[in-house]
Design a protein around this ligand. Structure first.
Ligand code: HEM
Length: 468
């Protein structure tokens, strides 16, 4: 008897349809969750939507201590399916995080002129505006390109940081990771390695990225082998700093490439989103242009461009911090609870629960911020002046009322680099261009997906080169 044909296509279509509906439902639920958290800021919320979530209602030093029985890596591993989408080495031994926190951060000043050079080169590439004429630019696309180049100047150096194919692949990689994680999360754990390998775009992207960075890593490994840790003209970049710390099986193309990609994943879209939000705020609040421009021109005019000059741009810092306050996602600081524990208000959190801090509710809490719904670009500068300690209110400073970069042991180790990049970019825009929205349009609405707030992906801003 002829074997009956299996209805593979209909099953596949039904599966895809179910998957899309489940994604839509989850997006809807997350949107509701955001609203609910805003309303029920003081109530602990538990909700089942694939995982258990709780929003830590009031973030305090006490709850921070309690959360030490929780794991950030386990939470992130589930959210982005780390093992299959980035690589297991990241979870097993995250030594690359310490390299970002220490060596990379220490080198921002030393490598500052290269970062500035990359930013100005990338700006002239993505904004080909002639002097005096207005050019419309899709901001997020431009920001991703500029940040991809400037970050990779520090990660792997020239010429790779300007290679169009490498840039495209690294820019796309983060989106492929998120898409892939959504697909993998629909399947039972047993099937996930296969799904990760065959149903997502990540393996192919990784393969292509390795064609670019593989030979560079091999060459550096060979030089290390030959001369030891110090050799003539050894590049001073993240890849070299990783190599300085890598032990035994970590000294392979695969392991080092994985960690380079992790840095790209953590930095490009986060920083591009933050810059885009700040630029939208600048374009729709033209009253800030003159005071900000004056600050930048006076500092750069007297001291030139340097890490210290950028650190002294307090108004620019405050403006970006306020922009990020208003652009906060519903929750941040995801943690997975490893052992059962009870909060002081009696809420029991079983092992396996995903916890997060209700950052948006915190940022719009009248008890913490006066007129929280109003954009006040110099809010944090005034807070610093009142308290007599401006650095305490700078964007990179950690606090319990503002957790855009997290808090505690796992607070973003790349925040000093990210803040330097965004400040340089905004300062560069201020002195080089006039900006406005086309047709006097209002600020583009933010986009919400799974509780994450992102800037409008399509909006354009007009740039006009200023006379030099
Ligand atoms: C505006 C840009 C950025 C934002 C808003 C941001 C935000 C964050 C947040 C919220 C966390 C989690 C903190 C927590 O859970 O307590 C984090 C972690 C992390 N970020 Fe960033 N980040 C940015 C840029 C960067 C850059 C440029 C790098 C690398 C150069 C980086 C590397 C990392 C790493 C490695 C972690 C994991 C830390 C750990 O597991 O201990 N980030 N970031």
């Amino acid at each position: 008897m002829q074997e009956q044909e299996r209805p593979v296509l209909p099953i596949f279509i039904v599966f895809v349809a179910l998957y899309l509906v489940s994604q839509w439902l989850r997006a809807e639920t997350h949107k509701k969750m955001t609203d609910t958290i805003s309303i029920a800021y003081l109530k602990c919320l538990q909700w089942r939507g694939g995982w258990w979530w709780s929003a830590v209602p009031k973030w305090s030093t006490k709850s921070r201590r309690r959360l030490q029985i929780s794991s950030v890596l386990e939470a992130v591993a589930e959210l982005v399916q780390l093992d299959y989408m980035i690589g297991r080495p990241i979870r097993i031994d995250p030594y690359h995080v310490a390299v970002v926190r220490t060596t990379l951060t220490r080198n921002i000043g030393i490598r500052f002129s290269d970062i500035l050079d990359e930013i100005s080169t990338a700006f002239s590439e993505v904004i080909p505006a002639g002097e005096g004429e207005w050019t419309s630019v899709p901001v997020i696309e431009a920001a991703v390109k500029i940040i991809c180049s400037s970050s990779n100047r520090l990660f792997v150096g020239l010429p790779l940081c300007r290679d169009p194919d490498y840039r495209r692949l690294t820019e796309e990689y983060a989106s492929h990771v998120f898409e892939g994680a959504h697909i993998i999360n629909v399947f039972p754990p047993l099937l996930r390695p296969l799904v990760g390998r065959y149903l997502t775009k990540v393996p192919l992207t990784l393969k292509h990225i390795k064609l670019h960075i593989g030979p560079i890593i091999q060459e550096r490994l060979a030089m290390d082998e030959r001369y030891g840790a110090d050799w003539p003209d050894k590049p001073n970049d993240y890849l070299s700093w990783l190599l300085d710390e890598a032990q035994g099986h970590q000294r392979t193309v695969h392991d080092l490439a994985t960690r380079l990609l992790a840095a790209n994943f953590a930095s490009i879209h986060t920083t591009a989103n933050a810059f885009t939000q700040a630029l939208y705020d600048l374009a729709c609040h033209p009253e800030y242009v003159e005071p900000l421009r004056e600050e930048v021109e006076s500092i750069v005019g007297s001291k030139g461009w340097s890490k210290e000059s950028v650190a002294n741009m307090r108004m620019v810092d405050s403006f970006i911090k306020e922009s990020q306050r208003m652009a906060a996602s519903a929750v941040l600081m995801n943690r997975k609870v490893l052992r059962d524990f009870t909060f002081s208000n009696g809420v029991v959190v079983p092992a396996g629960t995903h916890l997060a801090v209700a950052v948006r509710s915190m940022h719009f809490d009248e008890a913490l911020y006066e007129n929280p719904d109003t954009f006040d670009g110099f809010r944090f500068m005034s807070m610093g002046q009142e308290g007599g300690d401006t650095s305490k209110h700078s964007i990179a400073a950690l606090g319990l009322d503002y957790v855009v970069f997290g808090n505690g042991r796992h607070a973003c180790p790349g925040r000093f680099f990210a803040v330097s990049e965004i400040k340089v970019m905004l300062a560069y825009v201020l002195i080089s261009y006039d900006v406005k929205f086309p047709d006097q349009r209002l600020r583009p609405e933010n986009i919400w997906f799974h509780g994450i707030c992102s800037p409008d992906r399509m909006a354009e801003v007009m740039f006009r080169k200023r006379a030099t």
